[in-house]
Design a protein around this ligand. Structure first.
Ligand SMILES: *[C@@H]1O[C@H](CO)[C@@H](O)[C@H](O)[C@H]1NC(C)=O
Ligand SMILES: *[C@@H]1O[C@H](CO)[C@@H](O)[C@H](O)[C@H]1NC(C)=O
Ligand SMILES: *[C@@H]1O[C@H](CO)[C@@H](O)[C@H](O)[C@H]1NC(C)=O
Ligand SMILES: *[C@@H]1O[C@H](CO)[C@@H](O)[C@H](O)[C@H]1NC(C)=O
Ligand SMILES: *[C@@H]1O[C@H](CO)[C@@H](O)[C@H](O)[C@H]1NC(C)=O
Length: 306
């Protein structure tokens, strides 16, 4: 792992810069809720976001989602355009990720960019959270170059790890305590530097909890369909005061997309596979199984006694 990080640094930095430039150069808005977006946004069949409700199969504990968040204080800015976003300093990453695709093939990715939508874009079983944090990971060139023969899926360029937040006035969001949206600015030249420790900011997120995996797209133009989405099922708390500091830019601002928020509307699932993963699935099964054994034994003894 150490080797792969070092050897492809230049390559990777270039790729990442190109991708970020591509994403930020897009001129788009939410005034028509994305119905005027063209190209793949219009013609694609694997578009995001979706309502994650029709999950296939039972929870799979062989799927791997290992996100290693940076534990450094990284200096960044909060930029406000159609989303709130932050980019890590040159050659540094918010996170390294190892994650399996729907075929169980593991790839390595890293992230130097995340963005925030409010209200949330993907729905969890029909419900929409107040905020969605999307950590955009780009595939490491080492994994992109060697298409595993065991995979029927095309190589995906991106892996987005998505974390939902909804108002619960009893707990403060650790993330939005360290990442104060009121420090956002539309211009990089005037946005103040902030310091963000991702490990600390996301310390309330249980990285071993369950998540959903599906194949989709970027939710902003060019809506590229080369994304594996990993959406955590646990919704994190945020106070209403913290939420209002985000929503003043989007849903709370009638000048911004007529107060519609910066979430792209739900797209058609088109029969896509959605899987649920969690390394603890097996334990849950074992728990259930041991209850079943005890129950059977008790029944047996009760019957004997009667
Ligand atoms: C997931 O994959 C990584 C990298 O291959 C490995 O280090 C880790 O042990 C795996 N985790 C699980 C739970 O299989
Ligand atoms: C990281 O940031 C925290 C909070 O701002 C601060 O207390 C700590 O001293 C910083 N650590 C380093 C190594 O700069
Ligand atoms: C989704 O919601 C439906 C009804 O609203 C419920 O029956 C079902 O158990 C839920 N599924 C999950 C995975 O939460
Ligand atoms: C970042 O946060 C983690 C978890 O709270 C802590 O262990 C680590 O020391 C912090 N890093 C810095 C540079 O302060
Ligand atoms: C909301 O923003 C104000 C500044 O406009 C700041 O003083 C306050 O701490 C923020 N509230 C929360 C909960 O982050």
């Amino acid at each position: 792992m150490q080797n792969y990080r070092k050897s492809n640094f230049k390559n990777l930095t270039l790729v990442v810069i190109l991708i970020i430039a591509q994403i930020q150069a897009q001129d788009f808005n939410y005034i028509n809720k994305g119905s005027d977006w063209t190209g793949t946004c219009l013609s694609g069949s694997l578009q995001s976001p979706i309502d994650i409700s029709d999950v296939q199969g039972s929870c799979d504990n062989t799927m791997n989602l290992t996100m290693q968040l940076s534990n450094q204080n990284l200096s960044t800015q909060i930029l406000k355009s159609q989303v709130l976003s932050s980019t890590a300093p040159a050659n540094q990453y918010w996170s390294y990720l190892y994650a399996s695709n729907l075929d169980g093939v593991i790839s390595g990715y890293q992230s130097n960019y995340f963005s925030i939508h409010s209200p949330a874009e993907n729905y969890l079983n029909g419900s929409q959270a107040d905020v969605e944090l999307q950590i955009l990971h780009t595939i490491n060139p080492n994994f992109a170059q060697t298409a595993p023969s065991s995979s029927t899926e095309p190589i995906t360029q991106y892996a987005i790890v998505s974390i939902m937040f909804s108002v619960s006035d009893s707990s403060t969001s650790t993330f939005f305590s360290s990442y104060d949206p009121t420090k956002a600015s539309a211009q990089a030249a005037s946005a103040p530097q902030i310091s963000l420790n991702m490990t600390q900011a996301l310390s309330s997120l249980d990285l071993t909890s369950s998540y959903y995996l599906y194949q989709g797209s970027l939710t902003i133009p060019p809506c590229t369909e080369s994304v594996n989405w990993y959406v955590y099922s646990a919704v994190q708390p945020i106070t209403s005061a913290q939420l209002s500091n985000i929503s003043i830019f989007f849903k709370g601002d009638l000048q911004f997309a007529k107060g519609a928020g910066n979430n792209r509307p739900l797209q058609s699932v088109n029969g896509r596979t959605i899987k649920k993963g969690n390394i603890q699935c097996e334990e849950q099964f074992i728990h259930f199984f041991s209850f079943f054994v005890i129950y059977t034994f008790l029944n047996f003894f009760v019957c004997k006694m009667l």
